[in-house]
Design a protein around this ligand. Structure first.
Ligand SMILES: Nc1ncnc2c1ncn2[C@@H]1O[C@H](COP(=O)(O)OP(=O)(O)OP(=O)(O)O)[C@@H](O)[C@H]1O
Ligand SMILES: [Mg+2]
Length: 376
C-alpha cells in the first residue's frame, strides 16, 4: 500500500531538488550578470571607436575629395603644371582614396561588431529576466511546499484515524444495540412469556383448586417484580437518568452501590475535588468508560475489591479504576488486530475524543489499574 510517509519523503526530495535548481539558476544568473557587464563595457568601447573612426573617415573623405578636385584641376590644365606636379597630385589622390577605402572597411567591420554586441546584450538581458522570473516562481513553489505540505503524512494519518474512529463508533453502537436486544430477549421477554403462561395456569387453577391460587399469585408477583427490575436495569444501562438529573458523581455513587450489591465485589467509589457539571457528552463518556471498566472487572478479573477514584480539578478530571483480580497482559490484547472485543478499544476512543489520555496497567497475577485524565 502507498505509505503516507512515502509522500513526506517525495515532498522533502522535491523541496531539496527545487532548492538545488534555485541555486543553479542563481549561479547561472550570476554568470549572466558578469557576462552582461563585460559585453556592455566592450560595446561602450566599440561605440567610442566607431564614433572616432567616423570622424576620421569624414576627415579623410574631405581630404580625399580635395585631392581628387586638385587632380582634376591639374589634369585639366596640364600645360600649367609640370609632369612632376601631375604625378604627385595623382599619387596623392590615389593614396588618400586607398586610405579612405581601408578606413571605410574598418568602419563597416566595427559597425558590424557593434551590432553584434548589441544583439548579444539584449539576449543576455532576456536570459537574466527569465532566470529571475524562474527564481521567483520556484521561490513561490518552495514556499508553498514547505509551508502547506509540511508533515502531510501526519495530516493524512490524522484524517485516517478520524475515519477509523467514525467506523468504530458505528460498530460500537451496533454492538450496544445487539447487547440490549439480547438482554431484553434473555431477561424481560422471557419473564413476560413466563408470566403469560403462569397467568393462564392460575386461571385454570381457579376453577379446580381455588385455595392454591393465592400461593401461585405470590409467585407471579415475584416474577413481575423481577421483570420490572430487569427492565429498570436495562434502562439504567442504556442511559442512567441520574446522570442527566444530578450529574456524574451521584450517578457513579449509585452505580457502584448497585454493582457491589449485585455482584458481591467490594466496590468503592471515592471522589476528591469540587463537583461541577460537565457538558452532557463528557459526563456520559466518562460514565461509560468507568462502567465498561467495572464490567470487565466483573466478567474477567475474579476480583474481591475494586476501587474507583475520581478527582475533579478546575481544568481536568483524573480517574482510576483499580482491582485486585487476576490481571492480564494489555500488550497481547491490544496488539491483536483481529479481536472481536470492543471494550478496551471503546474506552480508549472515548477518552481520545475528549482529548484525554488512558493508561492500562496490568499483568497476569498483578491486578489491573485503568487510569485516565481528561481536560475539562
Ligand atoms: N480488569 C480486568 N481483569 C482481567 N482481565 C481483563 C480486565 N479487563 C480486561 N481484561 C482482559 O482484556 C480482554 C479485553 O477486554 P475488552 O473489554 O476489550 O473485551 P471483552 O470484555 O472481552 O469484550 P466486550 O467488552 O467487547 O464485551 C478481556 O477479554 C480480558 O481478557
Ligand atoms: Mg469488556
Amino acid at each position: 500500500m502507498f505509505e503516507a510517509s512515502t509522500l513526506d519523503k517525495i515532498i522533502n526530495e522535491t523541496i531539496a531538488h527545487i532548492g538545488k535548481s534555485q541555486e543553479q539558476i542563481y549561479d547561472f544568473a550570476e554568470t549572466a550578470r558578469v557576462e552582461y557587464r563585460h559585453v556592455k563595457n566592450e560595446l561602450q568601447e566599440v561605440q567610442k571607436q566607431v564614433s572616432r573612426l567616423i570622424e576620421r573617415v569624414d576627415n579623410l573623405a574631405a581630404r580625399e575629395k580635395k585631392a581628387r578636385y586638385h587632380l582634376m584641376e591639374v589634369s585639366r590644365n596640364f600645360n600649367r603644371y609640370t609632369e612632376e606636379d601631375i604625378k604627385r597630385a595623382y599619387e596623392q589622390a590615389q593614396k588618400l582614396q586607398l586610405e579612405l577605402n581601408t578606413l571605410r572597411g574598418q568602419e563597416e567591420l566595427l559597425r558590424y561588431k557593434r551590432d553584434n554586441l548589441e544583439r548579444n546584450l539584449r539576449r543576455i538581458q532576456n536570459m537574466l529576466e527569465k532566470a529571475e522570473s524562474m527564481m521567483s516562481h520556484l521561490g513561490v513553489v518552495l514556499n508553498y511546499l514547505s509551508k502547506h505540505m509540511e508533515n502531510i503524512s501526519t495530516k493524512i494519518e490524522e484524517i485516517h484515524q478520524i475515519h477509523q474512529l467514525g467506523i468504530s463508533i458505528i460498530k460500537a453502537q451496533e454492538e450496544e444495540r445487539k447487547r440490549v436486544a439480547r438482554e431484553i430477549h434473555d431477561g424481560p421477554a422471557q419473564l413476560l412469556a413466563n408470566i403469560v403462561m403462569r397467568a393462564e395456569y392460575i386461571l385454570k387453577l381457579m376453577e379446580v383448586e381455588p385455595h392454591s391460587v393465592k400461593k401461585e399469585l405470590v409467585g407471579l408477583q415475584e416474577l413481575v417484580r423481577q421483570s420490572l427490575q430487569d427492565v429498570r436495569k436495562i434502562i439504567f444501562d442504556l442511559r442512567p437518568m441520574v446522570l442527566d438529573d444530578l450529574g456524574l458523581v451521584p450517578a457513579l455513587n449509585r452505580y457502584v452501590e448497585d454493582y457491589r450489591k449485585q455482584y458481591q465485589i467490594n466496590a468503592e467509589f471515592v471522589f476528591f475535588g469540587t463537583q461541577k457539571r460537565l457538558p452532557p457528552a463528557t459526563e456520559v463518556a466518562l460514565f461509560r468508560v468507568i462502567q465498561e471498566a467495572l464490567n470487565n472487572v466483573r466478567r474477567h478479573a475474579r476480583a474481591k475489591q475494586v476501587l474507583v477514584k475520581m478527582e475533579q480539578l478546575h481544568n481536568k478530571i483524573n480517574v482510576l479504576i483499580k482491582d485486585d483480580g487476576k490481571g492480564f497482559d494489555p500488550k497481547t490484547i491490544e496488539e491483536n488486530k483481529d479481536r472481536e472485543c470492543y471494550g478496551l478499544i471503546n474506552m480508549r476512543e472515548r477518552i481520545q475524543i475528549l482529548r484525554g489520555e488512558l493508561k492500562i496497567n496490568s499483568a497476569p497475577g498483578k491486578g489491573t489499574v485503568i487510569s485516565f485524565t481528561v481536560p475539562v
